[in-house]
Design a protein around this ligand. Sequence first.
Ligand code: TRP
Length: 470
Amino acid sequence: MGEPKSNRKRILTGDRPTGKLHLGHYVGSLQNRVKLQHEYETYLLIADIQALTTHWDKPEMLKQAVYDVAMDNLAVGIDPEVTTLCVQSMIPEIAELTNIYGLFTNMNKLRHNPTTKAEAIQYGMTKDLRLVRDALNAAVGYQRLDLLSGYVALHLKDSPFLAMLDSQEERVEVIKAILSNDSDAAASIVMRVFDRELGHTPDGLRLRNSDTTYIQFELDESADGKTKPLYTSSLTVRIPVELNALLLLESHLSSGFDQLTYGFFGYPLSQAADITFVRAHLVPVGEDQKPHIELTRDIVSKFNQLYGGGKEIIPMPKALIGDVPRLAGLDGDTKMSKSLGNVINLADPPEAVKKTVWKAITDKDKIRKGDPGNPEICNVFKYHKVFNQAERVAGIERDCKTGVLGCVECKGRLTEALDDLLAPIRERRRPYEEHPERVKEILLEGTKKARILGKETLDMVKEAMKIDYF
Ligand code: TRP
């Protein structure tokens, strides 16, 4: 297929090869790819160079992950006869375009990208509080929790305040209080920790004012000498609770941007090259990718304006966000992530799925069957809504509320619903696992085909930019 030119519009989307794909990827983007692959000419890019922008020290994980990501796509129903799978590092046109876009993209555009900021913090690449604060302000919902967890983990080692927090639960408790905008609760935890660790709450530590973002404490060092190691001077400090109080004082505002690599800081620009080397019209992605698509649109618009002479040389791409833009982990309100161990991979065997569902947190007040439950706050119910059939979901909701349905049974039903989804995916994956050379062939062929289009794009781009002297 593919050689004759088609008039269909094009899709490009990509995955970083850092491991296997999970249910979050499925509802965020994979489902849309599968659905639209016949309607659009579809390109799936395995973004290995982008994966290295956060994992440059772990190149040994790439090979397996490249195969895994390709197999996961094929397993969910991507048809290699109609869809082109290709590997980023093997397409030099992407690197060339990246270079070119860098010419007219200013630093500000990169600096204000909430997704890179969030990732920088999550991956422990920066401790710059300005970055953290900006990122938090831009973040929504449990994105905030991810950020905070990342931030907390990052500072755990050096923060006296965090060192005082007893356990992960306690940290999560603080974070949850903050996220639910319950600053009184957050403050009372802070007080409790001081009390436990110092034997008293420092006199000078008083809740002055609370609102959704800040709790202000007044610190008067002279009121209690024992607090001295924690503070550098006697001050009135406004402490954003989400930064976990004393961190603000401890951190010297070193420039966070300087700690980021050039490659990482600039990867959204290279993602614009990913999208445009095939001149894609539509980009199915999860919600976190929206800022990158926005940047791409900026770049496209600027490029056409600068060099197009009134013509649209590169088409304006659009994001297509999945039905469930961000799937929360089953253990609470964090997103699915490998490091949190709450992930259900598409390739997981039934026992693994069962085990993860088993660990899911339900309504904490529903202790035994017969207790009426509240599906609204139950993680298992959230999954039923996404993965189970509508009429079953209605029944589950009703029976949970009355108490007829117990959590054990309810989890069993979710496991079944997930197995209905995953069984055919596992089936389709198996032949590729048994014959990885088939996957290799698909990637080599796809990359070759994608490069033809990439070359065409680059010729157009260079011509428009008058880089055609001879
Ligand atoms: N940044 C995407 C992610 O982390 C992966 C990606 C790379 C991508 N290149 C892309 C997505 C181009 C869409 C389009 O999941």
